[in-house]
Ligand binder design. Structure first.
Ligand code: UD1
Ligand code: UDP
Length: 356
């Protein structure tokens, strides 16, 4: 059975590293990978292929930047051509990026079945481009690999239980990658100036924060304050945010790094005291490495972390980010109910793909 996989953004490379490795071990599955090129800097793309042993993509589209419509449209056109050439049995996409939606749309219009990994997540905020991408992708998928019970419930609430599709909680592939690469985490040269302990790791890239100068300034003020008064803040900075910070002339007083590789990122997560982030994936990784997380968003798709008390929503409110960081430091994190499946998601996915 031939699977055509579409990836293009940093978190998708990390997720694909474990799923593609599991597919490679299957004698029934053959995978061809399309890299849309959405992320393209060396430390946003190649570094993950090199560090994580992801198979070299069969197709490299080099489509990035520009508006949502232009990026998604150009990807749609190119992926459609590849689908026609490759005639895959199934197309597989991850998450909620423009690459995800382009892949799902191209395949579904050609009646190629679509498997969606990380299906069913919802923020219930339609202003987020990710919410639009994931809702539309779910609608055209026929195997919906959910990472949590909440994701299954979300789909049931949208009527998926009555559709001729499979909605399955397979667990979260990011737990697989965190567990697998935890042993291989390295401090590495990129982290030369990072202390060995007692620091906070921060990431910041969401459109709702970077594209709103008021929100962005409030977050920068909070991180600067935390760095000077609570604990040193280490900020590997997404290129999107680097560009906006520069154009707005904001001053970052913490230790700012270029985006780091996954092995360095895991090292930071293992050794930090807390995580302050607006990332989707990093919220869960904080939990996997037993670190409290302060999330600089108004909603999260990972509601079980909030219910569990290990993650708190601070929005883009300076005072709230500071106070919650102070309050969460030292919190003991446990996972008694195995919220994300325990690291078997990739194998579960392969077992199901083999039967379809
Ligand atoms: C995308 C996803 C977001 C995901 C994030 C992961 C969409 C709509 N958004 O956001 O859901 O959380 O990836 O990191 O798909 N850029 C570079 N170099 C790179 C990559 C990007 O300079 O290697 C620049 C682009 O030129 C663009 C900006 O960063 O100006 C934003 O990139 P884009 O891919 O549109 O969105 P992300 O913010 O990365
Ligand atoms: N990550 C990384 N280097 C960095 C920042 C993040 O390897 O400098 C990893 C992080 O550990 C997680 C993934 O990238 O596995 C999350 O990606 P991102 O925050 O860009 O996207 P999101 O999860 O919000 O879609």
């Amino acid at each position: 059975m031939k699977i055509l996989t579409v990836i293009g953004a940093r978190p998708q490379f990390i997720k694909a590293s474990v799923v593609s490795a599991a597919i490679e071990k299957s004698s029934n599955l053959e995978e061809k990978i399309i890299h849309t090129g959405q992320h393209f800097d060396t430390n946003m793309s190649n570094i993950f292929f090199d560090q994580l042993g992801i198979p070299k993509p069969h197709y490299q589209l080099d489509i990035n930047s520009g508006s949502h419509g232009s990026m998604t449209g150009r990807m749609l056109e190119e992926i459609e051509k590849i689908c026609l050439t490759e005639q895959p049995d199934r197309l597989m996409v991850y998450g909620d990026t423009n690459s995800t939606l382009a892949g799902a749309l191209a395949a579904s219009k050609l009646h190629i079945p679509v498997a969606h990994i990380e299906a069913g997540l919802r923020s219930f905020n339609m202003r987020m481009p990710e919410e639009i991408n994931r809702i539309l992708t779910d609608q055209v998928s026929d195997i919906l690999f959910c990472p949590t019970d909440t994701a299954v419930k979300n789909l049931n609430n949208e009527g998926f239980a009555n559709k001729p599709v499979q909605v399955l909680n397979v667990g979260d592939v990011m737990q697989d990658s965190s567990m697998f690469f935890a042993e291989r985490a390295v401090k590495g040269e990129a982290l030369n100036h990072v202390p060995d302990t007692d620091f906070i790791v921060a990431t910041l890239h969401r459109a709702e924060n970077t594209d709103d100068p008021v929100r962005l300034k409030a977050i920068v003020d909070a991180l600067n304050y935390i760095h000077k008064n609570i604990l040193p803040v280490i900020l590997p900075l997404h290129p999107r945010t680097q560009k906006v910070v520069k154009s707005l002339g904001l001053t970052l007083e913490m230790l700012v790094l270029e985006p780091v590789g996954y092995l360095e990122m895991i090292w930071l997560l293992k050794h930090c005291s807390a995580v302050v982030s607006d990332s989707g994936g990093v919220q869960k990784e904080a939990f996997f490495f037993k670190k409290p997380c302060i999330t600089m968003r108004d909603q999260t798709e990972w509601v079980e972390l909030i219910e569990h008390g290990v993650n708190v929503l601070a929005g883009a409110n300076t005072q709230k980010i500071i106070e919650l960081t102070q309050a969460m430091l030292g919190k003991v994190i446990e996972d008694p109910s195995n919220l994300y499946g325990g690291g078997q998601a990739s194998q579960n996915i392969v077992n199901i793909l083999e039967k379809n």
